[in-house]
Design a protein around this ligand. Structure first.
Ligand code: AHM
Ligand code: MG
Length: 341
């Protein structure tokens, strides 16, 4: 074990605070709140098998999908941790139709950050003991501190993110995040409830051998994606690649970042914008991807440069090892050209 292994996330956050000019410690407090909430969610996820908290809550979220009890709970835990500690002025969550204004009767409106969050992604996997995750994205508000937040504070391009990360509740629980100076991963020691730096300076291998896509939807995919899948399966050079799809974005992404690979959730004939949401799924993952030397695109353009128009906007998503995403984009462009002829 290197000395670094003994650095805790708490120590790391404080040490990195100085990377920000004129830092007031607000972002550090915000990250610490996420750290705390993730431990509470981790506890709930881990007891999901034995406690009576699995199954559907009987409600439907804005996308018309079944919401499960643990989604609701995780949402509450994060919102509570962030609002009670007065580290943000607004929160947008996958589980809430509208953004939440943090309206405290003291000076908390002065806080300059907003958080966008998917509190429990891949939640259809909870009942079957498969890895789920939390994804978060942090922006500086564009409106004046001291006043209520507005929609435009949330509808910012991914390039404006101050920090982003995810928690993966897997065989071990990890938090992986970036503040724009590379990506670092911390593993939770559940016996003492402390995250330790376990994966410093994470980088996507430039080339990989894993492609992750729900191939059951093959018939509905755009031609470029179909062609890319066939390319991955071809026996040539270092191919065929291996197909690995958990159906939990955080888990699929995390594996691909460590081993080298591409994750794709493309548009389909039924869902022309794909399934994943730009603001609290794709943008944070794209920021992490780029900070880890990878590439994230909608098949044609950089995710981080897409101008958001609505809170729950969906977007096709290609992310992973740079060479693989570039290759997939080539197939997308070729298919468009062929159609135009
Ligand atoms: P969710 O936010 O409702 O959990 O949906 C997002 C999840 C991703 O984690 C995963 O990659 C994808 O949906 C799987 O979708 P599908 O079952 O269509 O392949
Ligand atoms: Mg989700």
């Amino acid at each position: 074990m290197s000395d670094q292994s003994f650095q805790t996330l708490g120590e790391f956050i404080i040490e990195k605070q100085d990377d920000f000019q004129y830092s007031t410690g607000e972002l550090s407090r915000l990250l610490s709140s996420i750290r705390l909430a993730s431990k509470v969610v981790n506890r709930e996820v881990n007891k999901a098998g034995i406690a009576d908290i699995t199954g559907h809550a009987g409600k439907t979220n804005i996308q018309g999908e079944d919401q499960q009890k643990l989604d609701v709970l995780a949402n509450e835990i994060f919102i509570e941790a962030l609002s009670q500690r007065e580290v943000v002025c607004g929160i947008a969550s996958e589980e809430n139709d509208d953004y939440i204004e943090i309206n405290c009767n003291n000076n908390s409106h002065m806080s300059k950050y907003v958080v966008l969050i998917d509190p429990l992604d891949g939640s259809s996997n909870i009942d079957v003991n498969v890895t789920v995750g939390t994804i978060f994205s942090i922006y500086r508000r564009v409106t004046e501190p001291g006043k209520p937040v507005e929609m435009r504070d949330f509808l910012q391009k991914g390039t404006a993110q101050v920090a982003a990360g995810y928690v993966v509740y897997g065989s071990s629980t990890m938090i992986v995040y970036t503040t724009g100076n590379g990506v670092n991963g911390f593993t939770l020691d559940p016996s003492i409830g402390t995250y330790y730096l376990s994966h410093p300076n994470l980088k996507f291998p430039t080339k990989g051998k894993i492609y992750s896509i729900n191939e059951g939807n093959y018939i509905k995919f755009p031609q470029g994606v179909k062609d890319y899948i066939k390319y991955c399966q071809l026996e040539e050079d270092d191919r065929p690649y291996t197909s690995r799809y958990i159906g939990s974005l955080v888990a699929d992404f995390h594996r691909n970042m460590l081993k080298g690979g591409i994750y794709i959730y493309p548009s389909t004939s039924q869902s022309p914008k794909g399934k994943l949401r730009l603001l609290y799924e794709c943008n944070p993952m794209a920021f992490l991807t780029e900070q880890a030397g990878g590439k994230a695109s909608d098949g044609y353009r950089r995710i981080l440069e897409i101008e958001p128009t609505e809170l729950h906007q969906r977007v096709p998503f290609f992310a992973g090892s740079a060479a693989m995403v570039t290759k997939a984009e080539e197939f997308m462009a070729k298919a468009v050209q062929a159609e135009e002829k």
